[in-house]
Design a protein around this ligand. Structure first.
Ligand SMILES: Nc1ncnc2c1ncn2[C@@H]1O[C@H](COP(=O)(O)OP(=O)(O)O)[C@@H](O)[C@H]1O
Ligand SMILES: [Mg+2]
Length: 288
């Protein structure tokens, strides 16, 4: 499905990259099959440390499944996922933080306690409790993290007392306090109003740079993807059988390197590629 023109745009983009050539996350021939359907097939992908990789594709094409594989919440049916040279552990660990569209922060805990508990899970995985001086130090870190996401004054509030945007800031603080090396975002701003979404873009970009994160973000908003990402992946099916619609899974059909730094505007060539992409990816509007 990759058109020649588009590939050209992609390779034009790679020339201004200065990533190291060492793979940080590597998927080799990854398949995800459920009893009634193949969701992902033959994924071969290399992500370098520090990339902000945006994933788009039609609803149901396997984007969240892909994130669950990266999180270690699911094992691929075939193939392997390597993180920093080692096979991914079977369970999610502190190396990977995740924020969902509607993240279930603990409703019975204050904002501060929600962030603190994430640190307790990391530092005391068996009991999820810290005591004495360690707890005091962890509380100070949690407060500082809340301040970093603009929630310093809301530390004592419960999630139900926070707006949607504030809850997502809290979810980010909770994910980042454990100092993950990869931050996975599953349509994190989809439920927010445009103003809060714009604020979150600024925040995420800033956190990404300051924490030196590798980010993989699913979005249904192509414009958001183009403004935030350094790289854009499109998931789609390349094989179809009308008699058996679930027989084939999605693959990466486009892989576009947008920029090395999200503060840099896209080049003319990449912008043209972006506009073409917008007309190809189902359900996506052209970037403004
Ligand atoms: N655990 C599972 N068992 C069976 N089917 C699943 C499971 N998880 C996801 N699926 C199916 O995989 C497909 C892709 O789902 P998903 O990754 O959530 O898509 P997306 O996030 O792109 O909308 C859907 O058809 C969904 O029903
Ligand atoms: Mg999804």
């Amino acid at each position: 499905m990759c058109s020649v023109g588009f590939r050209g745009a992609r390779f034009a983009g790679t020339s201004w990259g200065n990533y190291s050539s060492v793979a940080f996350l590597e998927l080799t021939n990854v398949w995800q099959e459920y009893p009634d359907q193949v969701v992902l097939e033959r994924l071969n992908l290399m992500l370098e440390a520090g990339e902000f990789c945006v994933v788009v594709g039609a609803s149901g094409c396997g984007k969240s499944t892909f994130l669950r594989l990266l999180l270690g919440e699911e094992r691929p049916s075939r193939g392997r996922v390597i993180l920093d040279g080692k096979p991914l552990r079977d369970e999610p660990d502190a190396a990977r933080g995740v924020v969902f569209q509607r993240y279930s922060v603990f409703p019975h805990l204050t904002a501060l306690a929600n962030v603190l508990v994430a640190l307790e899970f990391k530092q005391a995985p068996l009991t999820a409790r810290l005591f004495g001086r360690t707890r005091y130090a962890a509380t100070k870190r949690a407060q500082a993290m809340l301040e970093a996401v603009g929630l310093g004054a809301a530390a004592a509030r419960y999630p139900c007392e926070l707006s949607g945007g504030m809850q997502q800031r809290l979810a980010l603080a909770q994910a980042l306090i454990a100092e993950p090396r990869v931050l996975l975002l599953d349509e994190p701003f989809g439920a927010l109003d445009p103003g809060s979404r714009a604020d979150m873009h600024v925040l995420v970009r800033d956190l990404w740079r300051r924490h030196g994160l590798t980010v993989v973000m699913v979005t249904h908003d192509l414009k958001e993807g183009f403004s935030l990402g350094t790289r854009l992946l499109v998931f789609d099916k390349v094989r179809h059988d009308p008699q058996a619609p679930n027989a084939y899974g999605s693959r990466v059909t486009y892989d576009l390197k947008l920029r090395t730094n999200p503060l840099t505007p896209m080049t003319h060539a990449n912008r043209a590629a972006a506009l073409r992409l917008a007309s190809i990816v189902p359900g996506h509007a052209a970037p403004g």
